[in-house]
Design a protein around this ligand. Structure first.
Ligand code: ADP
Length: 614
């Protein structure tokens, strides 16, 4: 386990509190206040009890006894009320804490550069921080719990020193009992108990930290082979047909083996605190002996014995907790540091600030100038030296074989990635110079692998909670979902999918694609990009989309990626890609005549497929 310097631990802890304050408001405060009252109350009771006993034995003054009894009752009553309220508030916030932690990760994920989302190293970094936090509370969770321990230790130390102060200075008249060596021996025993506890924590943490390194693997294997593979209805068909359960069993066996090994770790982890308990027991014994001997020789009365014995054992607990915290803090600081490394991942993408000119005539033109792009870690370009200009209002079809770079072109256009070389311009200005959110608002896109969400149909179309119902309905009808909408039990308010209840409706791949198209229409952006928008549609629905394509796209500039070359006839221009290069550009009628061109090949391959029946 790599060590951390005290200064860094302090800085990391302070930052941890900053994050807790922002994302979990009031949690640390309520927990700390509860612990303050909870730890203080026993000392107050002990002090009053000692006074009552002494008064009964010595003074027997009724009014003084009554005042002590009233005091203890009142303080305990107030303490119980405050503790009750603070416990409820703290527990409620602690239950919410896990959702609040989720927000930390979702905020960061949303702000990461898109290409970092696909980076395996960054994914692992996030999972390690997130899963350790959720499984064991490592890092932020421990900081919350550690704060309660810190308050308790602080109160235990301060209050027990306050209550035992007179013990160390009291005199019995017996030289042996009053010897300062006793004081030194008792304090040493208490310190030894604390040190043993701290060593035990360090050892325990070392084993635990080693074990935590496997958390991501453990979770991934368990979630995938133990749950996803069997639970996800989308995978169930393939799992059964290809008997994937055999493979799953083998992987799950590895988990069980690791769990058995874990038993050994658990035993080792228990061994150290066990050894520490022995020393702590001896330390407590020394404390009792000291108090009894002093009382025996008449240094103080019976009431004080109660006070000193209780306070000394609390002093021991305080020292142990404090030492434990010092060691434990290092462990959660290491986890916090890992979390911060992830949270501090920089945005490398250039952040422009130019406002996108809002044009009523939606006259925006786009130009790719010598654009090349290589995916991180890839050994060849996905796009190479592409020069392409879209005329305003143009319907551009992009065609090519699988892997020729069509989707990559769209990803660059939408700034999910920045080109490795070359530039893209919007109305003559390089697109990176625009404010990202404003720029992205210009595009309605239906990606090939689009996703709908388990919200209502209307919310899916509008991509929002409050929306224009008439417009959502109109877009669904335009996208060919009109009839299905009529059949939906609650119309636009029907929930899609069953993730959130039995009343959800499962829709087919084709219906989902139409809904995604309706969502793109609802956004009503000046650019419409459709990546294989008819792949999941039946021939009739596909024909409907083609024939209504001009109506759907309206006067927007539209980019249409399709394997169905027949659709290119609805477009003004066709751009043909091959192995990342733009190899041809022209109208369908022109390109279909160029016999040595790629488009001719593709067109005839497809025509053959449709005309020759096997
Ligand atoms: P198309 O849309 O024409 O089928 P793509 O643009 O999706 O092609 O892919 C172009 C090339 O880039 C392919 O060789 C593909 O394997 C590669 N590629 C696509 N996405 C990624 C990615 N996220 N990481 C690495 N390589 C990718």
């Amino acid at each position: 386990m790599s060590r951390m310097r005290v200064r860094e631990r302090f800085a990391v802890t302070v930052r941890g509190f900053g994050i807790l304050k922002k994302y979990c408001p009031g949690l640390v405060r309520d927990k700390a206040l509860y612990e303050l009252i909870n730890s203080l109350q026993p000392f107050v009771s002990v002090w009053f009890s000692a006074r009552i006993i002494d008064e009964i034995i010595l003074g027997r003054r009724v009014e003084v006894l009554a005042a002590y009894v009233a005091g203890i009752v009142l303080i305990n009553f107030l303490g119980a009320v405050c503790k009750g309220i603070l416990k409820r508030l703290g527990d409620e916030k602690e239950a919410l804490m896990w959702c609040w932690f989720g927000k930390i990760f979702s905020d960061k994920q949303m702000s990461l550069d898109f290409e970092d989302l696909e980076d395996a190293g960054i994914r692992h970094q996030r999972q390690e921080a997130e899963e350790n936090l959720y499984m064991f509370g490592n890092g932020l969770g421990q900081l919350v719990w550690g704060t309660a321990v810190l308050v308790r230790a602080g109160i235990n130390l301060a209050a027990s020193l306050f209550l035992t102060g007179t013990l160390f200075f009291s005199r019995s008249g017996n030289a042996a009992a009053d010897s300062p060596l006793w004081v030194a021996a008792v304090l040493l025993c208490i310190l030894a108990g604390g040190i043993c506890n701290s060593r035990a924590t360090i050892k325990e943490n070392e084993i635990f930290m080693e074990w935590c390194k496997g958390t991501v693997w453990f979770n991934r294997t368990f979630m995938f082979f133990g749950k996803e593979l069997y639970m996800n209805p989308e995978r169930a068909k393939d799992v059964r047909i290809y008997e994937q359960s055999v493979l799953a069993k083998r992987e799950l066996d590895k988990l069980i083996r690791r769990n058995r090994e874990n038993q050994r770790d658990n035993f080792r982890m228990a061994l150290f605190p066990g050894a520490a308990s022995v020393v702590i027991g001896l330390a407590n014994g020394a404390c009792y002996l000291y108090v009894v001997i002093k009382a025996f020789f008449g240094a103080f009365g019976v009431g004080s014995i109660v006070q000193y014995v209780a306070a000394l054992s609390r002093l021991g607990e305080g020292v142990q907790e404090f030492m434990y915290l010092l060691s434990d803090n290092e462990m959660y600081c290491l986890h916090l540091r890992k979390l911060f490394e992830y949270l501090d991942l920089p945005n490398r993408r250039y952040q422009g600030s130019l406002t996108v000119e809002k044009r009523d005539d939606i006259e925006y033109d786009i130009e790719f100038c010598d654009v090349s792009f290589r995916y991180p870690g890839a050994d060849k370009d996905a796009l190479s030296h592409v020069n392409l200009k879209f005329r305003i209002g143009e319907k551009l079809a992009v065609v090519g074989r699988n892997g020729s770079g069509k989707t990559t072109l769209i990803k660059l256009l939408c700034r999910l990635y920045d080109p490795t070389q070359g530039e893209i311009f919007l109305n003559g200005v390089e697109i990176r110079k625009y404010d990202y959110d404003e720029y992205i608002a210009l595009f309605s896109v239906v990606f090939q692998d689009f996703k709908l969400f388990s919200f209502t149909l209307g919310q899916n179309v509008a991509a929002g909670v409050k929306y224009d119902r008439a417009r959502a309905r109109e877009c669904l009808i335009k996208a060919g979902m009109g009839e299905r909408l009529e059949e939906m039990p609650r119309g636009l308010d029907t929930c899609l999918y069953r993730d959130f209840g039995e009343n959800g409706v499962e829709i087919s791949g084709g219906e989902a694609q139409k809904t995604a198209l309706a969502r793109a229409l609802y956004k009503d952006a000046p650019f419409m990009i459709l990546d294989e928008p008819t792949a999941a549609l039946d021939p009739v629905a596909e024909y409907e989309v083609y024939s209504k394509f001009n109506e759907i796209a309206g006067d927007r500039t539209a980019v249409y990626i399709s394997h169905r070359l027949a659709s290119c006839r609805f477009c003004d221009t066709v751009a043909v890609f091959d192995k990342g290069h733009l190899v041809q550009k022209g109208s369908h009628d022109e390109l279909v005549l160029e016999e040595d061109g790629m488009y001719y090949q593709l067109w005839h391959a497809q025509a053959q497929y449709y005309t020759h029946r096997g």
